[in-house]
Design a protein around this ligand. Sequence first.
Ligand code: FMN
Length: 360
Amino acid sequence: MLNTEKAPAADSPPFSPWRLCVAPMLDWTDKHCRYLHRLITRHARLYTEMVTCGALLHGSLRRHLRRDEMERPVALQLGGSDPAELAQCARLGQQWGYDEINLNCGCPSPRVQRGAFGACLMTQPRLVADCVKAMRDAVDIPVTVKHRIGIDREESHAFVRDFVGEVAQAGCSVFIVHARNAWLEGLSPKENREVPPLRHERVWQLKRDFPQLTICLNGGVSSNEQIAAHLAHVDGVMLGRAAYHHPWLMSEWDARFFGDAGRDTGRDAAPPLTREAVERAMLAYMQAEAAQDGTPWYAIARHMLGLRHGLRGARAWRQVWSDHRLKPLPPEAVWQRARQHTEPDAPEGPGQIADGVRAV
Ligand SMILES: Cc1cc2nc3c(=O)[nH]c(=O)nc-3n(C[C@H](O)[C@H](O)[C@H](O)COP(=O)(O)O)c2cc1C
């Protein structure tokens, strides 16, 4: 059974709700992308792209906040540094049914720096604490913070430890930590996700410093084996690029990391998850979105291009879905063309995918 209707995860109390998360990614983790990811994993926590307070308070609420019930649990990530504005936006997030409000203290882009939020907020823990407090006073859902381990060449662990300590005093109990510094000058946002060295042990240390807090590690994690290793040290792991480019990596998550074997064993009469079943569900979603919102299918299909990563014919399959000449065709016709290039999609149970890439 594909998870198209029910809100998942509330039934897994032994695990932290932040055990596995898919990162907020601007231009990538929109509503359509989250729908795809939720078809593949019932329990992972999903995050929106960062939405700035300015965009919410002066732009279209529906455009920025529209979501599907089946995406839950889903967090709204906000970008801002004005406590009153953030409180107002957090309230909107709660009204629109989000399960968490996450404050971005990790984005290094020049545009965001000009707005005096994102990563540069790490130098102002008192202000972040005020923002957290204002949001917590405004909503009942958790308010969390996503940040880096340092700014520029600041290499001391004390910097991030003091940041977390001060923000925790304002009532934040969940920290998602991208395990590298943000260099505020001289690097593009993309380089800032690659060049500053990864220091996962700093995040493990934070968990030892604050055992009562929920610490979720992010940055450079690309396989389920790596996730398992990190979970021995922290409460949760957040994947960004690997989840986006190789979404089938997540097909193992419910069984392996949440003890939910229902889909793979047929325990709750669920047939095994296959890529083909996911694609069919996405076709139905494309039709519904076109009817409801006029969304062209290719705005949705662009998030699926990695779905067959590692299988024979994946490249040709991807090329069909991204062929501009096919835009006027209905999505089923494009799908039929694409699948001519691929092998049948065998069901996959736990253990069969090691690194999100199946041997062919
Ligand atoms: C295209 C793209 C857009 C991103 N946008 C955001 C964002 O809106 N908010 C945020 O906190 N991080 C953003 N990030 C950073 C990711 O959330 C994550 O911290 C980073 O990619 C490191 O994780 P990874 O190595 O698993 O990808 C973005 C990353 C990418 C690749």
